[in-house]
Structures are given as structure tokens and as C-alpha cells.
Design a protein around this ligand. Sequence first.
Ligand code: ATP
Ligand code: MG
Length: 410
Amino acid sequence: MYAINFTQGGKRQIEGALGDMSMRISIDFGGRQWRFEIPADEILSRMPRVSLDAPSQLTGVDIGSHSIKVVKLQPVDEGFELVNAELIMLHPETIIDGAMVDFDCVAGQLQKLLIALNGIAERTAISVSGHSTLIKRISLPRMTEAELRKAIKYEAEQYIPFDIKDVYVDVAILPPENPANAFSHGQMEICLVVAKKDVVDDYIRVVERAGGQCVVVDSTATALVNAFEHAYGFPKDENIVITNVGAGQMNIVIIKNGEILFTRDISMGADLVTEEIMKTLGLSWEDAEHYKTAKDEETNEPAIMREVRNLEDRCNHTLVTEIIRSLDFFCATTICSDFGKVYVCGGGASANFSTCLEARLRANKCPTAQIIPFNPFQNIRIDPQRPVSNLLDKMSARFAVAVGLALRRG
Ligand SMILES: Nc1ncnc2c1ncn2[C@@H]1O[C@H](COP(=O)(O)OP(=O)(O)OP(=O)(O)O)[C@@H](O)[C@H]1O
Ligand SMILES: [Mg+2]
């Protein structure tokens, strides 16, 4: 399982308390006094990165611009059982471009979900994505993890478009692609994860305001890969594409043998369809959403539905063009030329979207491309008596990120 955290329980408080201080130690030995001074940085890098509380299963909280999703799992036998999954809608102006415009509204809606989970002071894992984050594979001279953690702030600077003071940085050493060559070249591959502090801090604060406790902050791509691994396992030597189509953004992750080869967050999502319907048909956001998500037979207005479907096709074409552009970029910069399986999730991954994506991929050098709905609950035991299973019948694809987060312990 991937585990890249920006914060873990306890560690942030310790960091805050130490600040720029150092620890002074003096030892009397053989009549002489020895003095050492250890800088705070050094103390922190040697500190075990564990929560102060005993590790337990965290509640996955996916704060999207259209809805907040929460999932709680409990370990059973060799797998997991669903304790609960809940979703609550947000008004379109509440979160814009990943920034929390109406902080109180997000906190209030999240609090309702946490209460529904019986969660007073729920311990949670959240994720961040979009243009305030960056995930990159880079190559560095071989070093130990402790050395890497010390060096990374200086090494990372050249790879990131932000001021290093404004970001949280985390790293994971990746297994070498070719173990036979790894030593002789003296290099190692690492996954660098960077997120802007103000955005991460806002997400942590909103969880705290809602009455929860934020123990892990993950990247959305990592959460998707963890959910995928649990649902399907990693097929051998196959490039797998995971596409999460949200309201305001799409996350694309390419993995092979369980390793993340490529990720991209595109600031465009299924809201494009809603906005186009509002503009062209002069409808409110609520009405546009209603027509967009309704089945043709559910309304008595064939003329409007024809127009809505045309607009939807046009917007899906635009969204798919962006996805194909990313896949083309990946192929141009690696030896990959084809994709077999493309898993789709998120509310925007409707049947129409999938049909459009499959047709365009097949026409674009991937003749065997197959679009598969990503069901994150595939390998999770669900008690049919629980009322939540109705929600999951219709919306399971929207919970992929939340499931990936709920698989974390901390
Ligand atoms: N049945 C449906 N058909 C088409 N679109 C749908 C359907 N159900 C939901 N959507 C759309 O899916 C989007 C919401 O999906 P999701 O919950 O994955 O987004 P989000 O996580 O809140 O957003 P983001 O991750 O972009 O911040 C909305 O644009 C919504 O209109
Ligand atoms: Mg989302």
C-alpha cells in the first residue's frame, strides 16, 4: 500500500512546539563535561513517524466541490467490512478550484456526516489534489531514508513551481525498475509529493471545525491507487489508467505493477456540462443538474432532453480530449504506446462519458481500449441489511477516493 503523508497524528504538534529550537545535552564523563547541541530538524528527522495514539482504521473523508463523501471500514478476517458511507451535497460556489470559499458551510456539512457516522472526534484521512499539489518521480543519488528526508527540501526546490517555504514536502523511495542496474548506477528513484501549506491547512482546519481530527493527508492519486489495489489487485506488466471525473477536476493516474508512473490533475470536470446547459437553456444550476442526471424516461420533456444530451456529448468530447492529451504526453515521454484497461470513477463518469472515452481511445492508437467502471467496494463486505447499500447501488463510483482514504490506518 502506498503511504505518503504530509502530516501524521502528533507530529505536527511536536513540530510546532519545537519551532527553531535545538536540544542541548551535557554529559559528565571521567571528570570532563561533554556538550552536544542537536538542531530541531535533526531531532524531527530521527523521530519515529507514528501517531501518538494507537493506530486504528481512519475514516476516509473526500471533500469534493460538488459533494463530501465519507467512508468508514472495519477490518474483518483478511479484509474489510463497510461500517458506513455517506454523501452530502455542496452548493457550487462553496469550493472553487480546490479553494474553500465558504469554509463554514463545508465544516457544517462535514459535521453532519461525521455525526451520521456516530463520530464524535472522528479520526480521519483526507486528500488534496489540483494545482496546489504536485507528484513527481525523480532520480537522486542513493542515500538512506533519513538522509533523503534531510536533503529533500533543498533537492525539491528545482522541481517545484512554488516557494519551498510555502509547501509541505514528502517523499517515498520507489523500488528500482531494474534492480540489477540500481546499484551500479548509484541512483535511486523517488516519488516526490508537494502540497501548498495554506490549502492543506485549510482542509485540516475544516475537519477540526467539524469536530474531527485529521491524522493523514494523502494525495488524491495515492488514495485512488490504494482503493484500486484493494478492489482489483495489480495486474502484472500492464499499464492501467484510473480516471476520476469529478465536478471541477479530473484526476488521471497511470500505474504499472503497483507503481505510479504518471499523475495529472486537470482543472475541468462534469460541471462543464451543467454550466453549458445553464447557459444554452437559460436554466438554474439546480434545474440543469436535474436534467443532466435524469434518465430520458424520467422526464416528460423529450425536446429538452434531446438538447441536454447534445450538450452533454459536446462537453464530454472536450473532457475526453484533455484526457487523451495527457495519455499522449505519457506515451511520448515513455516507451508505452497503448492502454488496455481504463478504469473510470467519479460522478462525471456517466455511461455517455465512458462511451465517448472508449470510442476516442480506440480511434487514437489504442484499438483494444476497454473502459471499466471502477467499483471501489468490489472487495469490501457489505451487509445487505444496512441502509447504505441503496446509496452504493447508484453512486459507488463516487466513493473511490473516500474508500482509498478509509483503507489507511493511523
Ligand atoms: N448520473 C449522473 N450523470 C451525469 N453526471 C452525474 C451523475 N451523477 C452525478 N453527476 C455529476 O458528477 C459530478 C460530481 O461528481 P463527484 O462527486 O465525483 O465530484 P466531486 O468529488 O464533488 O468534485 P471534484 O472532485 O471535482 O471537486 C457533478 O458534476 C454531477 O453533476
Ligand atoms: Mg472528487
